[in-house]
Design a protein around this ligand. Sequence first.
Ligand code: ATP
Ligand code: MG
Length: 563
Amino acid sequence: MAQVQRMSQLMIKTLRDDPADAETLSHKLLVRAGYVRRTSAGIWSWLPLGKRVLDNISRIVREEMDAIGAQEVLLPALLPKEPYQESGRWEEYGDLLFRLQDRKGADYLLGPTHEEIFTLVVKDQCTSYKDLPVMLYQIQTKYRDEARPRSGVLRGREFQMKDSYSFDVSDEGLEESYRLHREAYQKIFARLGLDYRIVSAVSGAMGGSASEEFLAPAAAGEDTFADCPHCDYAANTEAVTFALTPAEGEHGAVEELDTPDTPTIETLAEHLGVPAAATLKNLLVKVDGEIVAVGVPGNREVDLGKLGEHLAPAEVELVTAEDFVGREDLVRGYVGPQGLEKVRYLADPRVAPGTAWITGANKEGKHAKNVVAGRDFEVDEYVDVVVVEEGDPCPQCGTGLVLDRAIEIGHIFQLGRKYADTFQLDVLGKEGKPVRVTMGSYGIGVSRAVAALAEQSADGQGLCWPREVAPAEVHVVAAGKALQTELALEVGERLGAAGLRVLVDDRAGVSPGVKFTDAELIGVPTILVAGRRSAEGIVELKDRRTGEREELTVEEAVGRLTA
Ligand code: ATP
Ligand code: MG
C-alpha cells in the first residue's frame, strides 16, 4: 500500500449492519470496516486495510525477535506424518489436525505448531555445543480444525502465528532463552498498545515459570484467569491450585441417614436442611474404560477439561446407566467413597484428611454422615479439578481471587528435553561427549492480536487503533467538493512526504456524513478534516479516541503531525 492511499482507489466496502453470524465486537467491526471477509468457517481473507494491520504487527514482532538474536526462517506448513507420529502428536491431536494424503496415498498434515520439524532442522544443522544456543522463529500460517471456530479471526482454523524455538545445552541456557523471549514479548505487546497480563499457565505443583501465558483482558476472551488483588499471583484458572491442609478435630462414628428420593446434591441438601458444601459429591467417570470416582464438595463443579488434562493422554467419559449394570458396589445417586474398594478415588484438596462429610451410603435412598477422609476412606490421589470460583483463596497469600475473561495472545514454554529425546537431538559437548539439547517453544497469535486489539480499543463508533499498528496514521477527509478535495490531497501529500502513512478520503459522490461515519469505523487514530473553512486554509484535527477537535491552519496541522 502506498504511503498516501486515496480511498477513491482503495478496494473497500464498509457495511452499516453487523454480519448476522458475528458474536464478538471485533468480529463485527473488522467485517463492517472492510478489514476481513469470511471465506469459510474459521477461514478468513485479509483485505487491504486488514493486511496493513497484520503486516504492522508482524513487523513489530520481527524487530523484537531479531533484537534478541532469534533468526527468522520459514518452514513448510504441509508436513509429513512421520515426525508427528514419532512424537505421539499424530494421535494426541485427534480431530484438531487437518490430515491429507498425496497422490500416492502417503499421509500428511497441515502444521498446527512445529516443535517436531524445528527439532529435526536443528539436528541437521547443529552438531557441536559451539553451534548453540540458537533461537529460530517464523511467522507462518497454522492450521487447526477448531471445534468452534467463532469470534472471527480470534479463533481461526487457519491463522497466523509467530512461533519460535530455543535450543540450549544446559538448563541455565534454557532459562536465559526463556527470559529473553519473555522480555521480547513484553516489548512487543507494549508496542502493540495491548493491555495484557502475564499469568502462570501451569499449576504451582509443576513448578514455577516453566510456562506462562500472555493474556489480553477482554469480554470476548475464551480464557478465564484468576488475579490476586493483594499479591502478584495471576494464573489461568486451569492452573490454579488449592492447598491441601489436613483438618484437626474429633468426629462421631459414621451414621446412616434415611434419605429417600435424594439422588442429587440439591435434593439431599434440602431434605437434610444442610448447605451443599457439607456434602461430598462423588462424580463417576470412565478413564480408558475403567470407572474412576472424583470427590468434590457438593457445592463445587468438576471441570471435565481439567480432569481430562490431568489424566491425559487417557480418554475420559461420563458414566451412563449401562455402566452400573452388574456393579452392586455402585448405587447410582448414593455412592460414597467409604464403600468404593474397587474404584480408584481422586479428590479435591478440600476433601483433606480429617474433614467430615455427608455422602452416599452405597444403599438406595440412604446417605451417611460423619464420613471422615483418612479414617473412613482413603483418597488415592488429590487433584485440582474443580471449577475455580471468584473468591477462592490465592495459593500464595490466601486473599480471595478475582476472575476475569481474557484472550490468550502469547504463550512461552520451557519444553525441556521432550522433543530432543524423541528425535535424539544431541550435540558434541565440551568434553567430547554427546549432550542432549534442551528446548523452549514460544508462540504469538499474530492474526489473533488484530482481533484482541480491536476488542480492547473499539468504541460505539467503530475501531480505534494504536498508531503503530493502524492501517494509516492520519485519515484526511475531504468534506466537500473540488476545493476540499484539492486541499485534502495536498495535505495528504505533505504528510506522506514527511514519512507519515496517510489515508485520504477523496471519494467523489460520497457525502461528508458517510465519510465521517466511515472514518470513525475504520479507526485511524487521527482524523484531519478539510471542510467548510478550506478556502481560508483552515482544517479540523480530531482525535479518534477522545473525540477532541481543534481548528488549525494547514501549516499548524502539518507541523503538529510531523513534529
Ligand atoms: P487456545 O487455548 O486459545 O486454543 P492454544 O493454547 O492452543 O490456544 P498455542 O498452542 O499456545 O495455543 O499457540 C500459540 C498462540 O497461537 C496462542 O497463544 C494464540 O495466541 C494463537 N492461537 C492458537 N490457536 C489459535 C486459533 N485457532 N486462531 C488464532 N490464533 C490462535
Ligand atoms: Mg497456549
